[in-house]
Design a protein around this ligand. Structure first.
Ligand SMILES: NC(=O)c1ccc[n+]([C@@H]2O[C@H](COP(=O)([O-])OP(=O)(O)OC[C@H]3O[C@@H](n4cnc5c(N)ncnc54)[C@H](OP(=O)(O)O)[C@@H]3O)[C@@H](O)[C@H]2O)c1
Length: 420
């Protein structure tokens, strides 16, 4: 294990996910901090704005909490904290604009990194550029450590374990649906999504890459069985409800497919995964879901390089805006429901549930627990997963160790049983 001044430095600590992440670090792992066992967790906060960082430190109430001013896209500033920590946790957004230098610094200094980034165009570029060096330096870079994509990836792995134990075979298809909870979009999330739309609109190769369901797979494994993203409402007989496109499903599904590919496709060459959102029953729910699908598509497909697209996107949340703490608390609980089918037709139901809101509070807890595992439980992680470095998905990097951590500390649970 690397000996460093800090176990974890949280960069972007003053944002809408950063603040709940800082509070959770303080509450869960102690005031700068009395960790659960052994020596205390040593952590610090970082961000671009000194005054906001001091206000957060005062709110947390720990006079010993170290603070670093670290602007985005600044290699020297990134080096300054990457060299001091075992793990850099980033909630800075958009990653494509501000976090490339932090990835470079982490790889160079042998520092693990966990973030929430789902910006497909940037992730692909970063993986292609840094994966080999990260492996060589035994650095784990773990993106998508929030609502995207921990609930989905962990649910699929859990269902496959239960399918194997119960039926003696894996599911060859899993449909997973976001089923309850309200997702609030902050200025940072919107800017991150807009960056992907701009890449799609201005670069035909990138547009083709992003449309590929296997676009996050390792190079030379960028193809697989047909499983396009759901693009319209349909009735699902197994779930007994309408299902509709789920915008976050695009990234979650690609993370699940990458996870499968990195493991050597144990669930079979024909394994397919699809993610959607449950829309309920009856005519009224169907009409509501149709309207929501149209509006979302209109927004997401608007070309940000045209005047019309820019005008439409100007209606989205502005930089710095986002839900209040009270709104966040009202957006939970949240959960997923899934159904899997094996090659011989056996069916399994799966679920994930937490009392947290899906967007910020729950995401902050998942990100912090992931960072704790990377910083403090490295020997257990490596003994279980065999992974020592490179661009990894959350399950590949942390396996069952993180599931236990999330169940014990954050109250996040998964389950699976044979379908009636
Ligand atoms: N995976 C998930 O489930 C999930 C859930 C929620 C969010 N997210 C993602 O997490 C990211 C953050 O979301 P959020 O809701 O927390 O957004 P946010 O509140 O807008 O936070 C963005 C953060 O980036 C910082 N930042 C912006 N420009 C910067 C610059 N030039 N230099 C340094 N820092 C800069 C902001 O600093 P200030 O505080 O000084 O403004 C803020 O801390 C987004 O990419 C979002 O899509 C993912």
């Amino acid at each position: 294990m690397r000996e460093r001044e800090f176990d974890v430095i949280l960069w972007g600590a003053t944002g809408h996910t950063g603040r709940p992440a800082a509070r959770y670090l303080h509450r869960q792992y102690g005031g700068n901090g009395r960790g659960e066992s052994g020596r205390p967790l040593r952590w610090a906060i970082a961000g671009r704005d000194a005054a906001k960082l001091q206000a957060l430190k005062a709110e947390i109430g720990d006079p010993l909490l170290a603070v670093f001013v670290v602007p985005g896209a600044d290699r020297a500033a990134a080096d300054h904290i990457a060299a001091r920590a075992r793990v850099i946790v980033s909630t800075v957004a958009p990653g494509a604009r501000y976090a490339t230098e932090m990835v470079e610094a982490c790889v160079a200094h042998g520092t693990h990194m966990a973030d929430l980034c789902g910006e497909l165009h940037w992730l692909r570029r970063m993986m292609d550029t840094h994966d080999a060096q990260a492996r060589a330096n035994r650095v784990k870079i773990v993106n998508c450590c929030g609502l995207d994509s921990i609930p989905s990836e962990y649910l699929v792995h859990h269902m496959q374990q239960v399918a194997r134990e119960t039926f003696g075979e894996y599911c060859s298809h899993i449909l997973n649906c976001f089923s309850y909870g309200r997702i609030a979009v902050s200025g940072g999330s919107f800017a991150s999504g807009k960056g992907v739309m701009e890449a799609v609109a201005t670069d035909p190769l990138m547009s083709e890459m992003i449309a590929n369901p296997y676009s996050l797979n390792p190079p030379h494994q960028l193809a697989g069985p047909q499983c396009p993203d759901l693009d319209r409402l349909r009735f699902d007989a197994d779930l007994g409800q309408w299902i509709m496109p789920f915008p976050l499903g695009q990234i979650n599904a690609r993370v699940v497919r990458r996870s499968h590919a990195l493991l050597g496709r144990p669930w079979g060459e024909d394994f397919t995964y699809m993610e959607a959102k449950l829309a309920g029953n009856g005519v009224l729910n169907r009409l509501k879901a149709q309207l929501e699908t149209r509006l979302t598509r209109w927004f997401v497909e608007a070309n940000p390089t045209t005047l019309g697209g820019r005008m439409l996107h100007a209606l989205g949340p502005k930089e710095g805006s986002g839900p209040s703490d009270r709104q966040m608390a009202k957006n939970g609980p949240c959960g997923f429901r899934a159904v899997g089918i094996t090659p011989s037709g056996r069916k399994l139901k799966g679920w994930m549930h937490t009392e947290w809101d899906p967007g910020h509070g729950g995401t902050a807890a998942m990100l912090v627990d992931a960072a704790y595992c990377l910083a403090r439980l490295e020997p257990q992680l490596e003994a279980e997963t065999g992974q020592t470095g490179g661009y990894l998905t959350p399950y590949l990097a942390m396996g069952e160790v993180l599931r236990q951590q999330l169940a014990q500390h954050a109250g996040i649970h998964w389950g699976a049983e044979v379908a009636g």
